[in-house]
Design a protein around this ligand. Structure first.
Ligand SMILES: Nc1ncnc2c1ncn2[C@@H]1O[C@H](COP(=O)(O)OP(=O)(O)OP(=O)(O)O)[C@@H](O)[C@H]1O
Length: 653
């Protein structure tokens, strides 16, 4: 036994002995309790060197399938967490409630060490087999924990530091554990804080997905926090009975155990009934409305979302509109825009509620997230679908022409004007929908005119003397922050409030949890009559891409891949050159390996030679070279991967 081994074993034994003595002050310490279990219950030797047990591929797949709901959401959060910790040598892992490691996202600098320790997919990291460790001990303790270096029970694990937190369902049962492990020499409290946030995100999303066929009330004591990570969510059946509540909901309501509220009626908890809250949510176009807790009188702000329609069911909601007609729940053009993403689902549900009302809609989102498509789908889903849909891009028309484009002119209104005159776009949209894209770029002078048109509901074409009555649904879109523009005096506040009815924020492609469904849908559309499929490994590669151009970029990429493909199953090999030059690291993805020498072009070969030369000059020290090249370590790793530079033995941090 080495000196280190002997001293670790001695230390463990003496702490266990002291910990078991009453009044030692060690009782209650989760690490000491775990060491006591390891020695006395599991009869583990601290210097046991057995490799972790690795389960077979079939069993792994079965376990992954059993936890599919959690996994689907967790994978996205793991990628987010990985990005936040990228470059600090961490691996992010998900284990099931038996301690089996289901998913692994590894920082390249840690993966090498991790595989030596046995941190890999399929490995069993239960406390019984692996002694005190982040994932295994978290499962036993059922609460977040840091197990830092020599707090590990087994000598073979003392090189790693783990931060782990349990993922629970609404009853408090542990479903899985999320863990971030690395070789950090410091116990990272902030890593545990990030892991906890990811867990909260996963729990909330799993909850919303699980209860999407019920009424969901989302609330917080500050209105701007509804829809954020810290909101509470409660699921109700149609009679208003509480079925389930998230951890945050229980925390905000000061509930110690879910049993305290499950089975009770909404009226016993809040001063509202289900139809009452539904009505005020509808009236306020799904902006939070105040409600009060019956017991304490505490004020919260809440929004209620009705059940998602069951596929195939022609009519599910019985909510009445003011008009007295039941809300249509038939599949509409809006429903075609999402494939299960909750943000999109909420967007669509909210939009459907205002379809037949005079509520303006503002669409926000990055370029290519589908704002125009959403506007068209909104138009097609309502009773104006047979009327014109007129789109105008306020950023692409020269300022001098916007006025005539929008408002039109009479014959001979100005020099060069057509002698027949022109009906402006606003007038062309009469009876239908006017879509004002990039509204933030509309010149100030025209904003005043537009405001007047919207207020007065009539338009006077340039040079005409009589105004024309208007009936339009207005949808505007912007990728910029209109509030900021108002602060800079570039956008009129009064116009903003006139445009502001329902704000729909379209998620970026990288944030969408229904990416796979959307990609397959785009593939179907792009492939036309041909049958082209996509393999799972390629979908996984796409999951780790940043998609700065969003759906537009994805659509174009698929179009190119379909054209260049060798067979009818698209794989990572069909990706065009340069795909990996995007800014997101491709965590733990075996398919992302750099191109072979034959596949590289001369420019890439030259870049590779130059990079190797630089690495040699910096003794393969990634940190110093990244600093020298003024890029992040991740960018450097990505570049190395892309150019197939991988001399792992030489690399130092
Ligand atoms: N749900 C969807 N299904 C299929 N294709 C979509 C979907 N959403 C968007 N697209 C496609 O993505 C591309 C970009 O969409 P769109 O022009 O609506 O985005 P945008 O947000 O208005 O972009 P920009 O801000 O650059 O004007 C279009 O080719 C559109 O057909």
């Amino acid at each position: 036994m080495t000196v280190l081994a002997a001293s670790h074993v001695k230390h463990v034994r003496s702490v266990v002995q002291r910990g078991m003595q009453p009044g030692s002050g060690l009782a209650g310490d989760p690490i000491v309790n775990s060491w006591i279990r390891c020695l006395n219950e599991y009869s583990l030797d601290p210097d046991n060197c057995d490799e972790p047990v690795i389960i077979g591929h079939v069993e792994l797949q079965e376990r992954q399938a059993r936890l599919a709901d959690v996994q689907e959401v967790a994978k996205i959060e793991m990628a987010n967490l990985y990005q936040q910790l990228a470059g600090s040598g961490y691996a992010i892992m998900l284990m099931d409630c038996d301690g089996v490691l289901l998913n692994y996202f590894g920082d390249p600098s840690f993966t090498h060490a991790a595989s030596k320790t046995g941190l890999m997919q399929g490995a069993v990291w239960s406390e019984r087999l692996q002694g005190t460790n982040g994932m295994g001990t978290c499962l036993v303790e059922k609460k977040p924990i840091i197990v830092h270096q020599n707090e590990h029970y087994l000598l073979r694990n003392i090189g790693i530091s783990c931060a782990a937190a349990p993922i629970c369902n609404h009853r408090g049962d542990v479903l899985a554990v999320l863990d971030a492990s690395g070789e950090s020499r410091l116990a990272q409290q902030h890593t545990l804080a990030l892991v906890n946030m990811s867990v909260q995100m996963i729990e909330n999303r799993v909850f919303l997905q699980q209860f999407h066929r019920e009424y969901i009330v989302r609330f917080h004591n500050r209105p701007e926090f509804v829809g954020t990570l810290s909101e509470g969510a409660i699921a109700f059946d149609s009679a208003g009975t509480i079925l389930a509540a998230t951890r945050c909901a229980q925390f905000q309501l000061g509930v110690r155990s879910p049993a305290e509220i499950y089975g009770r009626n909404i009226t016993e908890l809040f001063n509202v009934s289900l139809p009452g809250l539904l009505d005020s949510s509808l009236k306020k176009a799904f902006h939070p409305t105040p409600i009060f807790e019956v017991r304490s009188g505490a004020r919260y702000f809440a929004v209620i979302y009705p059940p998602e329609p069951t596929p195939g069911a022609s009519r599910l909601l019985t909510v009445k509109h003011d008009s007295g007609k039941p809300a249509s729940t038939q599949r509409s053009a809006l429903d075609e825009l999402h494939f299960g993403d909750l943000t999109m689902l909420n967007n669509v549900q909210a939009t459907k509620r205002v379809l037949e009302r005079d509520v303006a809609i503002i669409l926000c989102g990055e370029t290519g997230t589908g704002k125009e498509m959403y506007a068209k789908a909104t138009h097609l889903s309502g009773s104006r679908s047979q009327q014109p849909f007129v789109a105008i891009n306020c950023a692409s028309i020269p300022e001098s022409l916007i006025e005539s484009e929008l408002f039109g002119y009479k014959s001979g209104a100005f020099t060069g004007a057509s002698k027949d005159g022109q009906r402006g776009k606003i007038f062309q949209a009469n009876g239908g929908t006017l879509f004002l894209d990039e509204i933030g770029d509309m010149p100030m002078s025209l904003q005043a005119r537009l405001l007047r048109v919207l207020e007065e509901r009539e338009v006077t074409p340039l040079g005409a003397d009589k105004p024309v009555k208007l009936d339009i649904r207005l949808i505007s879109a912007t990728h910029c922050d209109l509030q900021e523009k108002i602060a800079q005096n570039l956008f009129r506040e009064d116009l903003y409030y006139r445009l502001l009815g329902l704000t729909v924020t379209l998620p970026a492609l990288r944030e969408r949890t229904d990416r796979h469904g959307l990609i397959k849908h785009l593939l179907l559309k792009e492939a036309g009559d041909e049958v082209v499929e996509i393999d799972d490994a390629l979908l996984a590669v796409f999951d780790h891409h940043r998609w700065p151009g969003n759906i537009r970029q994805m659509r174009h990429l698929l179009r190119t891949m379909i054209a260049l493909r060798e067979g009818d199953l698209l794989t990572a090999c069909d990706l065009p050159n340069g795909f990996y030059t995007g800014p997101l690291p491709t965590a733990g993805c075996g398919d992302c390996a750099g191109a072979s020498e034959e596949a590289r072009n001369p420019l890439e070969n030259a870049e590779r030679d130059a990079l190797i030369q630089e690495l040699e000059q910096h003794n393969w020290n990634i940190t110093t070279l990244a600093k020298q090249l003024k890029m992040s370590r991740n960018t450097l790793y990505r570049k190395m991967r892309r150019l197939d530079v991988k001399d792992l033995d030489k690399i130092s941090l």
